[in-house]
Design a protein around this ligand. Structure first.
Ligand SMILES: *[C@@H]1O[C@H](CO)[C@@H](O)[C@H](O)[C@H]1NC(C)=O
Ligand SMILES: *[C@@H]1O[C@H](CO)[C@@H](O)[C@H](O)[C@H]1NC(C)=O
Ligand SMILES: *[C@@H]1O[C@H](CO)[C@@H](O)[C@H](O)[C@H]1NC(C)=O
Ligand SMILES: *[C@@H]1O[C@H](CO)[C@@H](O)[C@H](O)[C@H]1NC(C)=O
Ligand SMILES: *[C@@H]1O[C@H](CO)[C@@H](O)[C@H](O)[C@H]1NC(C)=O
Ligand SMILES: *[C@@H]1O[C@H](CO)[C@@H](O)[C@H](O)[C@H]1NC(C)=O
Ligand SMILES: *[C@@H]1O[C@H](CO)[C@@H](O)[C@H](O)[C@H]1NC(C)=O
Ligand SMILES: *[C@@H]1O[C@H](CO)[C@@H](O)[C@H](O)[C@H]1NC(C)=O
Length: 483
């Protein structure tokens, strides 16, 4: 299926893609998000602010969407779980789950995650209000939604199946784990169910993926990144670097945070390309979809563009041009002032501030340059940890985070998650597969594919193993819901 209509070409970012990207700032997808606002037929549902305190009677409205076109009475109910961004109604008529729904006569529901998009439980995103932004509260939202909506819509005796990709993939698995009486099965695509603070393996997979193009590609990236790191201590180089990378503000490095932010932003060009390489997301990011590992490695190998450092700048320029951006925002102080704005109308309310909070209080997942088996340097774990303090205050220190991440794994089981009828599809080229479930009967490991690839609409160009994986997911799903 090839998406060509104008409407589709301007759709928002779906949670799967957007979410995972926001793990490292999602510059380009944020730009797309800000430019386009898609309106679907939204519905609203009353939820408690705090499910775990009976004395707190505050409520808010949660947004959801329905597609009942394929529903046959008594058929399954598919619940797509929204993630760390505005719920994208493009899912309501696209994606492999809709094809499964057509074949199985399913009702399709998409529910937006609390604190993202228009599901706004509090008046602003102050740090004290964000205490209600937690995965366990989000799961309780799903449970309450399920318990009330099924009576209202006559879906009580139907089999409910949770779907999600990336963080919502974990939520799908955890929903089945914690509320097995409410949800019959789960398809948890690219779900990083194991939480970890020091996620240094992420960049190792980026290296591996660049290496699958050629041995020299990651080495050239390393050469370029090293050159930049060597230039940074010398203030005389700043105006040249500002020009080379088309920075929005003249480069100024006053602390390790400033240099780390710049280096991370540039590495982010490669992280994005690897994570979403050929993932079929044409319908939401038609511009980015053509920028593949092959494209960036071809630039890195092109010696007529100058030394590797210059080629690195060329890759950055290509992304800026593709997304029609005039300059590259790489200033940590600008980032901080944006992220500290707690208003729902501030740019960081697109999910960036909220997801930063969840990272600092539940998940970590910091893609640091701690490993030596990868090409980048200069944004160590300590930089990511300092960000939590800069954004939310001294209470959000590394000791607190370590306890919180441990609690998350104790609560859900991490890699060793129990429970049956949970599928974990994921791609070998997806850096997140490290934190997922890739072995054992629940795993569907897709050699050579990227983050959430199994969730997108089919395409002519799909690799055979991706087709097979979709078919396997369907067959398993069918055997479960037809029992
Ligand atoms: C409720 O759904 C069941 C099938 O699950 C159907 O037999 C019944 O007629 C429905 N009731 C109403 C009031 O629609
Ligand atoms: C449900 O999805 C199908 C398949 O894309 C589409 O044709 C239909 O219009 C959608 N229905 C609703 C109510 O959105
Ligand atoms: C992406 O590539 C395809 C095929 O090479 C081309 O037809 C299309 O115009 C490109 N899209 C963009 C946005 O550049
Ligand atoms: C290398 O870059 C030059 C200058 O931009 C360009 O003309 C040439 O086509 C590129 N070569 C390859 C193999 O992409
Ligand atoms: C926060 O963002 C909003 C919307 O962009 C803006 O109106 C407001 O002035 C900002 N507040 C601060 C303190 O910068
Ligand atoms: C992070 O993990 C890497 C590889 O597992 C290790 O080499 C590094 O020392 C760790 N860093 C910290 C700060 O724990
Ligand atoms: C990338 O990984 C390969 C092994 O998978 C390793 O040989 C190579 O040195 C790594 N590259 C860098 C820059 O560390
Ligand atoms: C991918 O699947 C494998 C096996 O099912 C699993 O171990 C791994 O965690 C998954 N990765 C993600 C990101 O879900």
């Amino acid at each position: 299926m090839r998406m060509t209509s104008l409407v589709l070409s301007i759709l928002l970012i779906i949670s799967c893609e957007w979410g995972a990207l926001s793990f490292h700032k999602s510059r380009y997808l944020r730009i797309l998000r800000q430019k386009h606002h898609f309106q679907g037929t939204e519905q609203w549902f009353v939820q408690r602010l705090d499910h775990f305190n009976a004395a707190d009677q505050r409520v808010w409205k949660q947004r959801f969407y329905i597609n009942d076109t394929f529903y046959q009475p008594g058929g399954p109910v598919f619940l797509m779980i929204g993630g760390e961004g505005t719920a994208n109604p493009a899912w309501m008529d696209h994606g492999s789950w809709i094809n499964f729904a057509e074949k199985l006569g399913a009702m399709c529901l998409l529910i937006e995650h609390r604190f993202y998009g228009k599901s706004q439980p509090t008046t602003d995103l102050s740090t004290s209000n964000l205490q209600y932004l937690r995965s366990d509260q989000a799961l309780a939202d799903l449970a309450h939604f399920r318990a009330v909506v099924d009576v209202k819509m006559n879906l009580t005796h139907n089999k409910w199946v949770a779907f999600g990709g990336s963080y919502p993939g974990s939520l799908a698995a955890w929903f089945r784990l914690k509320y097995p009486h409410l949800v019959y099965a789960a398809v948890a695509s690219s779900a990083p169910v194991q939480t970890v603070i020091n996620f240094s393996e992420y960049l190792e997979v980026v290296n591996y993926s660049l290496e699958s193009y050629s041995t020299s590609c990651p080495l050239l990236v390393k050469d370029a990144s090293d050159t930049l790191v060597e230039l940074l201590p010398n203030t005389n180089t700043y105006s040249q670097i500002t020009l080379d990378f088309q920075l929005c503000e003249p480069l100024e490095i006053k602390s390790k945070m400033d240099s780390a932010y710049l280096l991370e932003t540039l590495a982010g060009n490669f992280m994005d390309v690897v994570q979403y390489n050929k993932d079929n997301r044409v319908f939401e990011d038609p511009k980015g979809t053509n920028i593949t590992v092959e494209v960036v490695c071809t630039i890195m190998e092109n010696s007529s563009l100058g030394i590797p450092y210059k080629r690195y700048a060329k890759v950055s320029q290509l992304l800026l041009d593709t997304y029609e951006e005039k300059c590259l925002d790489a200033s940590y102080s600008k980032f901080l002032s944006d992220m500290l704005n707690t208003s729902w109308s501030a740019p960081a309310a697109d999910g960036s501030r909220q997801w930063a909070y969840q990272s600092c209080t539940e998940f970590g997942y910091y893609q640091s340059t701690e490993s030596l088996r990868q090409p980048f340097s200069g944004f160590p774990l300590s930089y990511k940890l300092q960000q939590c303090i800069d954004l939310f205050g001294p209470l959000f220190n590394p000791v607190v985070l370590a306890d919180a991440v441990q609690h998350t794994n104790e609560n859900y089981g991490g890699h060793n998650i129990k429970g049956n009828r949970i599928m974990f599809p994921n791609g070998s080229n997806d850096p997140w597969h490290i934190l997922g479930v890739t072995k054992g009967h629940k795993a569907i490991y897709i050699q050579g594919t990227a983050h959430c690839a199994d969730m997108y609409p089919e395409q002519q160009s799909d690799v055979p193993q991706l087709r097979e994986a979709r078919e396997e997911i369907f067959q398993r799903l069918k055997s479960w819901v037809k029992q």
